[in-house]
Design a protein around this ligand. Sequence first.
Ligand code: TMP
Length: 204
Amino acid sequence: MGLFITFEGMDGCGKSTQMRLLGTRLRKAGRNVVESSEPGGTAIGRQIRRILLDAANHALSPTAEMLLYFACRAQNVDELIRPALDRNEIVLSDRFTDSTLAYQGSGRGLGAGTVSAMHQVACRGLDPDLTILIDIDLETSLARTRGRKQADRMEQQRVEFHARVRGAYLELAAREPARIRTIDGRASIEEVARRVWEVVSPHV
Ligand code: TMP
C-alpha cells in the first residue's frame, strides 16, 4: 500500500503551496506522487467545484452542499486516490474529510455524526495515514483571503462561521494527535516547509 497524506487548514493558511513543495521534494527523492485537491482533483470534481464556489448559489442548502463535497470526494477516491495507493504511490490531497467535518459539520452545524456517516459511503474506509494541519488564526486568514481575488461563496461566510471552522480543526487535532500534526502557518514558507518535512520524512 502507498501513503495517503492530506493537508488541512483555513483559507489562506498556505497549504496548497506547502503541498506543492512537498510533492517536488518527494519526487526528487525518487517517489511517485499523485496530487489531488478538493473540491476539484478530477474533471468531474472541477465541475462540482464550480457549483460549490459560485457566489451566485446563495440558495444551496447545507445538506446539498455537504453531499456535493462528498460527490467530489467519491470521484477522487475512485478515479485517482485508490488506484494510486494500489500502485504503491504517495497521494497528497489538498483537503479531505476533515474539511467537511470542520466546514459542514461544525461551520454549518450538520454535526460530526452526519459527516462521518457520509464519509463511510463516499470513501469506504479510506482515511489519511497522515494529516498536516497548517494553523493560522482567524485574523490572518481573513487578511490573506481579502488580499486575493473576489471572495467565493465559502469565503463570503460570516466571521462566526470561520471561527467555528478553526475551533473544529483544533478539536480534531487534539482528538487524533498521532494522525493530525499541527504546524503554525504564520512562520515563513521555508520554515513551514522544513516542519512539514520533519513530520513526513519518517513515513517515506
Ligand atoms: P480551497 O480554497 O481550499 O480550494 O477550498 C474551497 C472552499 O471549500 C474552502 O472555503 C473550504 C471549502 N470546503 C468545505 O466547505 N468543505 C469541504 O469538504 C471542502 C473540501 C472544502
